[in-house]
Design a protein around this ligand. Structure first.
Ligand code: NAG
Ligand code: NAG
Ligand code: NAG
Ligand code: NAG
Ligand code: NAG
Ligand code: NAG
Length: 222
């Protein structure tokens, strides 16, 4: 009887550990590839000690995401960032596509994104692949150019609707993106454009989460 009890306890414990393991190594449904508009970042965040208001969309991060739990997963158990695992040929490219627009320490930004997000999808993308895939995603569509061709260019007073901005991107990429906005007082500013990718980070898919901008309110792009 005692033996049965302890083996039962062992099973329960093992299962609990298994669950913890699954949760902490990160399970996710899809990826969000997030690109930001640096001038908006530096306008609404006080952390921009060394503002580099670059006039093109730069990478914020590649985030394994969960449909039912928007905040998850993050900070999973996995290998911590190691700069020598970013291919040397890739580093100068990432300095253009994935710069730290707030403090200017690009490596620190990559470190933060890997440790917070990359660790949650390490089974699919190791650190080398994570940065390589992100660079390829950035190269695959030039958001600045897509918007420019649709006459959506930074302007101090002009505004657009959510669908004005989404439509040309959807036409060019054949997939629905997501827009995120930030507020400066009452002005709704375009901040980020999100592309969604399937579990293996290969297939570009429609984003189906609700928008991070107020749909009914005009959007400024400055
Ligand atoms: C998403 O999050 C929910 C709630 O935390 C969890 O139950 C579910 O297992 C997660 N799904 C995946 C695929 O990670
Ligand atoms: C970083 O990665 C390199 C190459 O894989 C490896 O030789 C080195 O030991 C790693 N450093 C740490 C601190 O893990
Ligand atoms: C930039 O960040 C990296 C990683 O955190 C750190 O090792 C390095 O010392 C920082 N460089 C500067 C100039 O602060
Ligand atoms: C993206 O398009 C903009 C506007 O046409 C252009 O200035 C920029 O060089 C392009 N970037 C890349 C990486 O091709
Ligand atoms: C933007 O327009 C230029 C000139 O018509 C064209 O060459 C280019 O392919 C277009 N780019 C996109 C992303 O639609
Ligand atoms: C988004 O699509 C996925 C996969 O088709 C589905 O599982 C999920 O429930 C959808 N989420 C929302 C909010 O529609």
């Amino acid at each position: 009887m005692g033996k049965l009890k302890s083996s039962l306890a062992f099973l329960v414990l093992a299962f609990a550990f298994f669950l913890c393991f699954i949760m902490s190594t990160g399970s996710y449904d899809y990826f969000q590839f997030v690109q930001q508009w640096p001038p908006t970042n530096c306008r609404v965040r006080t952390k921009c000690s060394n503002p580099r208001p670059l006039q093109y969309f730069t990478i914020h991060g590649l985030w394994p995401s969960n449909y039912s739990n928007p905040k998850m997963p993050s900070n999973c158990i996995g290998s911590q960032f190691n700069e020598s695992r970013v291919y040397p040929y890739l580093r100068p490219k990432l300095k253009i596509s994935w710069p730290d627009v707030e403090s200017g320490n690009d490596t620190k930004f990559w470190e933060g994104e890997w440790n917070k997000h990359g660790t949650c999808s390490e089974r699919i993308l190791n650190q080398m692949q994570y940065f390589q895939r992100s660079q390829a995603m950035w190269k695959s569509h030039n958001i600045s150019e897509i918007l420019k061709n649709a006459s959506i260019v930074p302007h101090p007073t002009q505004t657009w609707t959510y669908s004005d901005i989404v439509s040309p991107i959807k036409t060019a990429t054949k997939k629905t993106p997501l827009l995120r906005c930030k507020y400066d007082k009452k002005t709704q500013l375009l901040y980020e454009v999100v592309f969604c990718y399937g579990y293996n980070a290969l297939k570009h898919i429609d984003c189906n989460r609700t928008a991070g901008c107020r749909n009914q309110q005009a959007i400024s792009f400055q």
